[in-house]
Design a protein around this ligand. Structure first.
Ligand code: HEM
Length: 522
């Protein structure tokens, strides 16, 4: 039987149309059960209605329109955005929402790093065991206790010296503050300390900042990975790979150096504790990576390999990289907001300084474990967290399987985004949210009040691993600077000319600015 061309073409068109119709119908039925959201177009989803340079602003607008949970379709990815602290607490306490989404740039990083995923983007047993190990090690080291705090005081003194050297002239604190915070985390992770002028260290810090930045090209590559074949994206890809490679080399060099020079029994930093765990022989997979001896000491292979199987030495460099990145950029950015807000709110600055003077004096830099009674100072730090909201959309989680939540169907693989900045700046939970006012965290007698809706470190099973360390750093560095200096905008710069719009990225920094650090008289 012969068919003419018109019949064949007509049949193909009909087949394609009915397939498309069926796909659209299935999609509509599926979307009916999803949380509401802006109109969703085939292929691009809701991307065309979003400001791709400002997802934080777009998600805030949509949260106002669609309520506590909405859906945003980012090309093939379904993002469920959570806009209420109670909803986030409920979602992030669920086992089914523990995993992280995997997308193109994260995949490239995994491939570059011997198929490992670090800690921030790890899942399953690997994530659980490393997270437990890191938290335990931080606790053993006394993070948030006095031993660790001494290291922070030492770095704060370096920072104060750098500020004094500016001789009250306008200074952008980005580099000296970054090196201060990075040196605290470096000490804890590997015992190292870097000079503020070390070019390799400065390049490393610049690379970390680069990984936290978001650009249209990066969004396109993550949402439509096939776009990597577009020559126009070659520049972005090359830069991304070069940055990732330098970060890897930096961490691998530290790990290798540590391994070579490690002496059994030394447990002074996180790498030491990992090496001790490997050398103990409890973990078969450790010894297979390092060979049967580690620095001349035989590694046992006798114990059950199914226990802690994921502690492969090859995981460690990327875990270090994650801790370094998550730990340094966030804390630096929070402090930058804090110092800028002191310039813009001199009455708050004066009150903090008076409290510090009255309770601590100026000769000792306070540490959290000193347990001074500093309610206004502590409320100011909380207000800095709220105002800065420096991880504006948290770190995405994703659904391990099809499930239901808040009365909606959530498909396997859907991302869950915590709209933290929206919550911290919403009048449903805060009186005059755009005003910087530490007293909102104080009761009528000036006593500290529970901050139920303040969740800068997120909540639940993946809550920030470095919260105790970050809080200790913020406390000591902020106090040390305000004890020693009055912070002012440079001459000629008015408060009204300072932009309070955050930068766009995974972390939300202040716009570039300078501050005069004027030594306080005795
Ligand atoms: C002011 C400082 C900081 C802020 C605001 C902050 C905030 C956050 C947030 C919002 C998350 C996402 C939690 C989630 O997935 O629900 C997170 C995760 C994480 N943070 Fe922090 N962080 C800070 C400092 C630190 C420090 C100092 C470290 C390292 C020592 C650190 C290490 C991590 C790690 C490893 C994760 C991933 C945890 C996991 O996936 O299980 N952070 N942080």
């Amino acid at each position: 039987m012969a068919f003419d061309n018109a019949t064949v073409t007509g049949s193909i068109v009909l087949l394609l149309l009915s397939t498309l119709g069926y796909w659209l119908y299935r999609r509509k039925v599926a979307r009916r059960k999803l949380p509401p959201g802006p109109p969703c177009l085939p292929f691009v989803g809701t991307l065309l209605s979003a400001d791709l340079n400002d997802f934080v602003g777009t998600f805030a607008t949509w949260a106002k329109r669609y309520g506590s949970v909405f859906t945003s379709q980012l090309g093939p990815f379904t993002a469920i955005v959570l806009n209420d602290p109670a909803v986030i607490k409920e979602a992030f306490s669920k086992e089914v929402f523990i995993p992280r989404p995997q997308f193109w740039s994260i995949d490239q990083r995994r491939i570059l790093n011997n198929n490992t995923r670090g800690i921030v983007f790890a899942d399953g047993e690997t994530w659980k065991e490393h997270r437990r190990f890191i938290l335990q090690t931080f606790r053993d080291f006394g993070v948030g206790k006095s031993g660790m705090e001494e290291k922070i005081v030492e770095e704060t003194r370096h920072f104060i010296r750098a500020l004094r050297a500016s001789q009250s002239r306008p200074l952008d604190n980005k580099v000296p503050l970054s090196t201060t915070v990075a040196n605290v985390i470096a000490k804890i992770l590997s015992g190292a300390r870097y000079e503020e002028t070390d070019p390799i260290f400065l390049q490393y810090l610049a690379d970390v900042s680069e990984t936290f930045s978001v650009s249209l090209d990066k969004i396109i590559l993550d949402v439509f990975p096939w776009a990597k074949y577009f020559p126009t994206l070659n520049g972005t890809k090359t830069k991304l790979f070069a940055t990732q490679r330098r970060l890897k080399e930096f961490m691998q060099a530290i790990c290798e150096d540590h391994r070579k020079n490690w002496v059994p029994g030394k447990n002074e930093d996180l790498l030491d504790t990992y090496l001790t765990a490997i050398q103990s022989g409890q973990y078969k997979s450790f010894s297979s990576t390092f060979g049967s001896t580690l620095n001349g000491v035989p590694c046992g292979r006798s114990l059950d390999p199914s226990i802690f199987f994921s502690f492969q030495a090859t995981e460690i460099p990327l875990i270090l990289e994650d801790l370094f990145e998550a730990g340094y950029e966030t804390t630096t950015t929070t402090l930058r907001w804090g110092f800028l807000m002191m310039c813009l709110n001199p009455e708050v600055q004066a009150k903090v300084q008076k409290e510090l003077d009255d309770v601590v004096g100026r000769d000792v830099i306070p540490k959290p474990s000193d347990k001074y009674h500093l309610p206004y100072f502590e409320a100011t730090l909380q207000e800095v967290h709220r105002f800065g909201s420096i991880v504006p959309l948290g770190v995405d989680h994703c659904a391990a399987e099809d499930t239901t939540f808040a009365g909606y169907s959530i498909p396997k693989g859907a991302w869950l985004t915590a709209n933290l900045r929206f919550i911290h700046h919403n009048d449903a939970w805060w009186d005059q949210p755009d005003k910087f006012d530490p007293s909102r965290f104080l009761g009528p007698e000036g006593e500290r009040r529970a901050a139920e809706y303040l969740i800068p470190f997120s909540v639940g099973k993946r809550r920030c691993v470095g919260e105790a360390l970050a809080k200790a750093e913020l406390y000591t560095i902020f106090a040390g600077v305000l004890q020693n200096f009055s912070l002012q905008l440079p001459p000629g710069v008015t408060a009204s000319s300072v932009s309070l719009l955050p930068t766009t990225g995974i972390t939300a920094d202040t716009k570039p600015h300078e501050i005069c650090y004027i030594p306080r008289g005795k």
